[in-house]
Design a protein around this ligand. Structure first.
Ligand code: ATP
Ligand code: MG
Length: 420
């Protein structure tokens, strides 16, 4: 069956009142970006739905990237034909044959906006329904709860037919809620948090604290690979590698064991907050789940949040570990996350940090540090790269600083394997 367009329905979007226009514009932009490999496809964004006119592009190929775009409730491949009753019957049958399974029930639903057409709504349902009944094996009509509904719309410029409704991702178009900095470790929880934030329209940048040589290059690559798993929902994601070694060494020198974790987290939040400001974000996002570990009790949150007024979104805060793992598996981050590479926190923090740290104590120990200087030096050392779904650690990479100035370009690694 050769489809002529894809019809996209918005769902929640169309109820968003005043914001609707910006939501739809953002969605159209995201769809255009995802369909870059198909320049012939024309996008018409209307108030209540979007038409993607295929102009010869393959419907199945075009529908694939649509499966990962937030803000799409459902979509349907559509065939448009001229106002011709014979053609209508044949096309209806061809379309059903595309996916109809013998013995399934069906019904025909017609909308007629163009009243000059030779058949009225009732006649169309009768004629087309009868024709399908005759030609489909073991077909049954069911008006109440059919397996397949064939929709026919008669308009002045032609007849539109569709018989499949494919579920989209739901959520809101990425970018429509502003930008947030995702604190991305190599663990299970933070990639899931990033995915869920994107689902509600947040454009994310990944912020990763690395402490070489205590943390390995593989740990960094792994975090970039996780970012690549999140990229298909947006195209590409900026990845910020933040140098954290000096800060951890200084903390270790002057802060008592029980407060290492709290002070480390406070420094992470300060840094991330500074990044939010410099790169024009609105919030931070992390993968904390209430009570999961010592740093994630409410008492700890009070002591850590003390250093900022910027909102911290915690998308998985109320989820059980198994619920988080479920999503990690769906979005294919789980297998990467469980690879055992040391995190900067595991190396420096003692096995039993305080579950009820006191704000005053944290402030007091921290006064022993040159907080401003440490933050500034770390910010200046940030390396920004762009990561898309095709990320490959051996590929050449452009590197920017925190202000978006290009500072380096790495080269493709040469392959000497044939010489070995
Ligand atoms: P995750 O599975 O995301 O690593 P976790 O359960 O291991 O989470 P913690 O290690 O306590 O929990 O980290 C809590 C949150 O702090 C993480 O979800 C992440 O958002 C942030 N975080 C921890 N370590 C780093 C890091 N090295 N770089 C960036 N963010 C980090
Ligand atoms: Mg972790």
């Amino acid at each position: 069956m050769e489809y002529t367009e894809i019809m996209v329905r918005y769902g929640e979007l169309s109820t968003k009142g005043k914001n609707r226009k910006t939501f739809i514009q953002q969605l159209a932009q995201n769809v255009r970006q995802a369909l870059r490999p198909f320049p012939e496809v024309k996008i018409q964004a209307l108030r209540d739905r979007m038409h993607l006119v295929l102009n010869g592009a393959d419907a199945n190929q075009v529908m694939q990237p649509l499966q990962k775009i937030f803000g799409i409730q459902t979509f349907s491949p559509v065939v448009k034909i001229e106002l011709d009753e014979e053609k209508l019957k044949e096309t209806a049958l061809a379309m059903m044959k595309d996916h109809y399974v013998a013995g399934e029930t069906f019904k025909v639903v017609t909308k007629r906006a163009y009243h000059e057409f030779i058949w009225d709504t009732h006649q169309i349902n009768q004629e087309v329904g009868g024709y399908l009944f005759e030609h489909l094996p073991y077909a049954k009509v069911d008006m109440k709860n059919p397996d397949v509904t064939l929709r026919i719309e008669v308009r002045m410029d032609g007849i539109y037919l569709m018989s499949q409704v494919i579920k989209g991702m739901g959520g809101l178009p990425v970018g429509s809620s502003g930008k947030g900095m995702l604190m991305l470790s190599g663990g299970i929880d933070s990639p899931v948090a990033g995915y869920l934030a994107m689902k509600r329209g947040v454009k994310i940048e990944a912020v990763h604290f690395a402490s070489p040589p205590y943390t390995s290059p593989q740990a960094l690559v792994k975090t970039k690979q996780l970012t690549a798993k999140l990229a298909p929902y947006v195209g590409s994601i900026s990845f910020l590698e933040v140098p954290f070694t000096e800060i951890q060494e200084e903390i270790k020198k002057v802060v008592p064991e029980g407060y290492l974790m709290t002070v480390t987290r406070r420094m992470m939040v300060r840094l991330c907050d500074a990044i939010v400001e410099r790169r024009h974000g609105l919030a931070m996002i992390n993968g904390e789940s209430l009570g999961q570990v010592a740093s994630q009790t409410m008492h700890s949150m009070v002591a850590i949040n003390d250093v900022t007024n910027t909102p911290i979104l915690r998308p998985v805060i109320t989820m059980d570990k198994l619920e988080i793992i479920d999503i990690a598996q769906q979005i294919d981050t789980y297998d990467l996350s469980i690879q055992p590479f040391e995190d900067c926190c595991t190396i420096f923090t003692p096995p039993a940090p305080k579950t009820r740290p006191k704000v005053e104590k944290a402030r007091e120990y921290e006064a022993r540090l040159d907080v401003e200087g440490l933050i500034q030096r770390s910010l200046e050392g940030i390396k920004v790269t762009k990561i898309d779904a095709q990320y490959d650690e051996h590929q050449a990479e452009k590197v920017w600083n925190i202000d978006g100035e290009l500072v380096a370009e790495t080269f493709e690694e040469e392959d000497f394997s044939d010489l070995l």
